[in-house]
Write a protein that binds this ligand. Sequence first.
Ligand SMILES: N[C@@H](CCC(=O)N[C@@H](CS)C(=O)NCC(=O)O)C(=O)O
Length: 322
Amino acid sequence: MLKSPQGLQLFGGSVALGLAARAVVRSLSYSPPEVWKPKPALGQFAAINKPTAGPQKELALPRGKHDFQLYSMGTPNGVKVTILLEALCDEYSSFDYDAHLVMINGDQFGSEFVDINPNSKIPCALDFSTPTPTRLFESAAIMTYLCETYDKKKLYFPDDKRTEIMNWLFWIQGSAPFVGGGFGHFYNYAPYKIEYAIDRYTMETKRLLDVLNNRLGGKDKGIFAGGPFIVGETVTIADMAIWPWFGNLCLGRLYGGSDKFLNVEEYAHVCKWAKMMSELPSVARGRMVNRPWGKDEEQLHNRHSRADFETNTQDKLKTKAE
Ligand SMILES: N[C@@H](CCC(=O)N[C@@H](CS)C(=O)NCC(=O)O)C(=O)O
C-alpha cells in the first residue's frame, strides 16, 4: 500500500493509481470555485448520480398478481420493508406481495420508477388495493402505510407506542445517511481514503451506536426503554427499520471489516439485540428478498409467493438451469 506525504493511502493498479493519485493531489489543493460545476465522478456509486432529477430512460416496471408491488434491492433501506412484509405474511395468511429487484446501477432512473419515486431511490411501491393505485416512497413512509393498511391486529405499530415508535423511525431516517452516505462511503467506497472524512463519520456512527446502546441497556430515561426491543417488550417497525443498519453493522455484515474498526463489542446491548433480531424468521427471509449478492442460497431476486424461498433462490434456479 502506498502512502502520499500527507498519509493518504492509495490503491494499487497503475491506471487506477494514476487517477486516484491525481485526485488526491487535486483535493489537497482544492479551493471551491464560486459556482460548482459537475465533473466526471470517480469511484463506485458516485458515477451513476447526476445533479439533476427526473427519468433518464424509458423503462417499464413489471407487475405481479398481488395488490402490493415492491420495487427494491436488498440494501439496508430495502430490507427494512421486506422484513415487515415477511412479518405480515407470517401473521396474516391472506396477505402476500410481489417484490421486484431494481438494480440501482441506473434502473432507478427508469421512467416508470420515477413516476413512483421522483427521488429515484429504492425502495418504492404501488398498492393496487385502493380505488386508484397508491404510490409509496421513503422506507419509513412505506412501513407506516403497510401497518395502517394491512396490520389489522396493530402488532408492529401499536397505538400506545405510536409516538415513541415515530421518534425512532425519524431517528433512523435522519441517522442512516451519516452511516451509509458518510461512514460507509468514505470508509469503503471512496476511491481514496480521506482521514478527515473517515474520522468525522466514524465518530458520528459510534455516537449513534452509543445512543442505541443506552436505549437498549436502560440508560435512556424515555418511555419503553431498556429493551429487549427498541420500544419495549415486542418487535415493532422501529426494530425493523433500525436493524438493517445498526444490527448489520454489529454483525459485521456492512462495509468489510468495519465491525472491528468501529469496535462494536463496546456496544454489548446493541450486539445482543442484533443477534436476537437476526434469528427471527421474518428477518432471515426479509434480508434475502431482492438481494443480488452474497451466498446463492440467500438470494431471492424476485419474490412472488411464500414458496419462492424454497424453490426460487439463486442456488435452486442454477440447479434447475443445469
Ligand atoms: N431515505 C430513503 C433512502 C433511500 C436510499 O438512499 N436508497 C439507496 C439504496 S440504500 C438508493 O436507492 N440509491 C441509489 C442512488 O443513490 O442512486 C429511504 O429510506 O427510503
